[in-house]
Design a protein around this ligand. Sequence first.
Ligand SMILES: *Cc1c(COP(=O)(O)O)cnc(C)c1O
Length: 198
Amino acid sequence: MAVSKTVAADIVKEAIAAGVTIVGENYVQEAREKFKALVQYPLSWHFIGHLQSNKAKYAVRLFDLIHTVDSLKLALELDKQAAKVDKVQQILVQVNISGEDTKSGIPADEAPRLISEISRMENIALKGLMTMPPYFYQPEKVRPFFAALRKLRDQIEQTQPNVSLSELSMGMTGDFEAAIREGATLVRIGTAIFGERQ
Ligand SMILES: *Cc1c(COP(=O)(O)O)cnc(C)c1O
């Protein structure tokens, strides 16, 4: 996925010409504007920022996959808003795999319960897990965190046979190779495609 936050629509068009088919945005308002400018392209739009419940109604209208669901409150609101537009909203659950206070995401030990609740929601389709590990200068040091997300996924699939978590959204410009080695199915790449952000 090409992370296009802060990147102008005209530049995103160049990336599309080069083969990009999935774009990731962090801010609902920015995405709404870009969506209008790029509506003629067959893009898949993903949301990767922190989503406030009061923006859920816009998010379900724009995004094919929301990576950052980390509370029951947000999941319930997405379910409700998706029902209103007759949509089944695809989502990932964001896990705070390192347990750092500064990171968003649900703590790993609370993820199974949240997932069990979400799996009962009619207008939500849970596709997998997402994480943002701590930053390390040496990407190999991040690998245990990616492995931990994969193991959590395996464990949840074993204990909740009705749940299938085929997508693992992990890895960015600095560490996507390590993430892929640990089973990432979606890597979120901004800087390596568009250059440094302002
Ligand atoms: C900005 C962002 C990225 C992309 O980061 P790069 O290091 O520029 O590749 C990936 N994931 C999330 C959640 C982001 O906010």
